[in-house]
Ligand binder design. Sequence first.
Ligand code: 5RP
Length: 224
Amino acid sequence: MLSQDELKTQVGQAALQYVVPGEIVGVGTGSTVNKFIEALASMKTQIKGAVSSSEASTARLKALGIPVFDANEVDELSVYIDGADEIDNQGCMIKGGGAALTREKIVAAQSRRFVCIADESKLVSVLGKFPLPVEVIPMSTRRVMRQFAAMGGAVTLRLRDGKPLVTDNGQHILDVTGLQIRDALAFESQVNQWPGVVTVGVFAHQRAQVCLLGTAQGVKTLNF
Ligand code: 5RP
């Protein structure tokens, strides 16, 4: 029986087949992506570099000698490789467990194809069991909390070392439980309109086209 770590390694390596030689690849954030970054080092002479979705991934890429480009230096990427906290059978996801959701959505939006890499525990029929991350501007926190409470959600402010976590963009993260997100597209559009919400961690407009799912039987490819 493979451990979760081994499943992540498998999908991280499998994602290399989607990297286009000679191009710049979009790189996400998280422990599964870290496996992909390690694997990508074996291809570093074949690619131009990466656009990264977080300071953490940027540091890892640079440490392995992979050039990192600013998102504004690149018009379009052929592929974005990232993990997910949950993915449904249409490729819609909850993301942001690592607090990088806003930059992840930006890089996903400039990519033609989103390849999600995940172990099989992430596949769900309805999004919402994993606490939904929402990046907010601090002065809107109370108001956004009340709006989620009115929807039936229970909201907590994410802390690090006893203080509100500060994202790479200088903002805070709310985590919302108790929601069942059945219409991910409508939900994402609705919450993104609330004043003070920087990004909601539902990725439906920027859903995955492919999911490489690590299972005990090997890597399964889901095409959406
Ligand atoms: C970070 C993310 C990650 O993709 C998500 O949290 C999955 O992480 P991991 O691969 O560590 O399970 O959205 O903001």
